[in-house]
Design a protein. Structure first.
Length: 153
């Protein structure tokens, strides 16, 4: 008998209420689990740049938000004792983006490994890889966001 998957619907609402930009940008949380999140940026003129596609800042924000969603889901049980924070991020814009974009974020390290470091008194870092794709499924940007869990004092 397999265990039911955890319900991570709370992640989208938590992000909209605690990170105002997420609600303002109208990001759509399509899937959130402890190892993967998929978030979409609707194609709206206020998000466009000078060539008619999403501005680079919007693409970055989409990817960072997807990485945050999977991080919240993965480390939900530790939020009372540690806060997740971005340490650094790198993005490569691969192709001109047009239309609605979707960011898929995936954990690179096993959650248990990161939690073991936290329990050992370390401040662990872990990377989340993000692929940003257009409506045709073509990758327009690739991103890595490195997070840490900072223990509450």
């Amino acid at each position: 008998m397999s265990a039911e998957p955890a319900d991570h619907a709370w992640v989208a609402e938590t992000m909209r209420t605690t990170v105002p930009w997420v609600g303002t940008s109208k990001l759509e949380f399509q899937e959130v689990s402890a190892d993967r999140a998929v978030v979409a940026l609707p194609d709206t003129p206020p998000t466009h740049n000078h060539v008619g596609g999403p501005h680079a800042a919007m693409i970055f924000g989409l990817g960072e938000t997807a990485s945050g969603a999977v991080t919240l889901a993965a480390y939900a049980d530790t939020l009372a004792g540690a806060v997740p924070l971005v340490v650094r991020a790198e993005i490569g814009y691969r192709k001109l983006a047009r239309g609605q974009l979707t960011a898929e974020a995936r954990m690179r390290r096993p959650v248990a490994e990161v939690l073991a470091e936290l329990e050992a008194g370390q401040r662990p870092e872990f990377a989340v890889d993000v692929d940003v794709r257009n409506a045709e499924g073509v990758t327009t940007a690739e991103m890595t966001v490195v997070w840490t869990l900072r223990p509450n004092r």
